[in-house]
Design a protein. Structure first.
Length: 371
């Protein structure tokens, strides 16, 4: 008990300092933000997105974390708080609760998703959530200790101005690249914050969302609307969830389901299968290799013209050895020395028959009686 109190007191002191520091450095969130060019990584593909990468930890102490800095310490391995459960994988979109509150559009059930490791006993849930296939269940409920990092690429399909909105309980931060878009570092009940962002160029923009739940209700969702939308509430006819279609995974988080990073032998993450691989596409292999199920393998050369010739033809530059002669109906299967020798033997036989017949004819003429 003494250790628990000491650690808790230390956490409170550190969290107060970090919260004050964050509050002093937080930029003006009411101003329109131009999406940073440094966060743009390329053009948005036509193929729909598959979701973003996620790192989720469930810690030990009730009421912890106390701030977003505590959450980052847990996610990045600097915290003294014991970690109960870990999960790394994919999220289709960001609309999560712990079944105690509805989402920011006042919905419960699908499409609102249950956070990983949420307890299986949801009988007393005030706002049920939908289970996600593959997400682990466990002991997480209203005791806090949940931290999550979502990292991915957001597809801005056209240039222009949009308004992003986040519902959250407790704190969160959202960045495009290294640029903060919105920060709410301290604990809070359910609330919605927003930021107007101008995209000067369409494309894929790298983002990171950090969130935590200290105790009680838990909520994090992410919405978008066209144009500049000010106000206190979200109009469901204007705002919509940032859809899976516009989210793609990005590297930088632990890869495997148990949140292990990739090593030198298999340095890349296959996000869809939560495994470390050598390659994910042919472009990540050498010039004479292709990617096959996460491995670089030699390319198979296309057959040449010589290899496509009829099998019965003889290549003057290739020693074919003895030719197998078609045995025909007799089934002889004999082996001859070659086409030329077979033809010579045939000619010799014909010439021998001709000479034999000629001799016989001459013999008959010489033996005939004279008239």
């Amino acid at each position: 008990m003494r250790v628990y109190r000491t650690i808790s007191a230390l956490g409170v002191a550190l969290s107060l300092n970090s919260s004050l520091s964050s509050a002093q450095t937080t930029p003006d969130m009411s101003a329109v933000l131009v999406a940073p060019a440094a966060a743009r990584v390329g053009d948005a593909p036509d193929a729909p997105g598959t979701g973003a990468a996620v790192q989720f930890y469930h810690g030990f102490f009730q009421g912890h974390p106390f701030s977003i800095e505590d959450a980052r310490d847990m996610l990045e391995g600097r915290s003294i708080v014991p970690i109960f459960d870990v999960y790394c994988g994919m999220v289709p979109y960001v609309d999560f609760t712990n079944a105690t509150v509805p989402d920011s559009l006042n919905r419960s059930g699908s499409p609102v998703l249950c956070l990983p490791f949420l307890t299986t006993d949801l009988g007393d849930a005030a706002a049920p959530c939908a289970r996600v296939d593959g997400y682990p269940t466990g002991r997480y409920a209203m005791g806090g200790g949940a931290v999550m990092r979502v990292r991915g690429l957001y597809a801005a399909r056209e240039a222009g101005t949009v308004t992003f909105a986040w519902g959250h309980d407790d704190g969160f931060t959202f960045h495009f690249g290294e640029t903060p878009v919105f920060e709410y570092p301290g604990p809070t009940g359910s609330r919605v914050d927003r930021r107007v962002v101008q995209f000067e160029r369409p494309g894929l923009y790298q983002f990171q969302l950090d969130w935590y739940d200290g105790v009680g209700g838990a909520l994090i969702d992410w919405y978008v609307a066209r144009g500049e939308q000010r106000g206190e509430t979200l109009d469901p006819s204007v705002f919509a969830l940032v859809s899976q279609r516009d989210l793609y995974p990005a590297d930088g988080l632990p890869c495997t389901l148990d949140c292990q990073p990739c090593g030198a032998e298999a340095p890349r993450c296959d996000h869809a299968r939560s495994r470390c691989v050598v390659c994910r596409s042919d472009a990540e292999c050498g010039s004479n290799q292709r990617c096959d199920d996460g491995r670089c393998v030699p390319r198979v050369s296309a057959p040449s013209d010589a290899g496509q010739r009829d099998a019965g033809a003889v290549d003057a530059g290739f020693d074919a050895g003895p030719m197998r002669v078609d045995p025909g109906p007799s089934g002889c299967g004999c082996s001859a020395g070659g086409v030329a020798s077979a033809r010579s033997a045939g000619l010799a036989l014909v010439f021998g028959v001709y000479l034999s017949q000629r001799r016989r004819r001459r013999s008959k003429v010489s033996s005939a009686p004279l008239s």
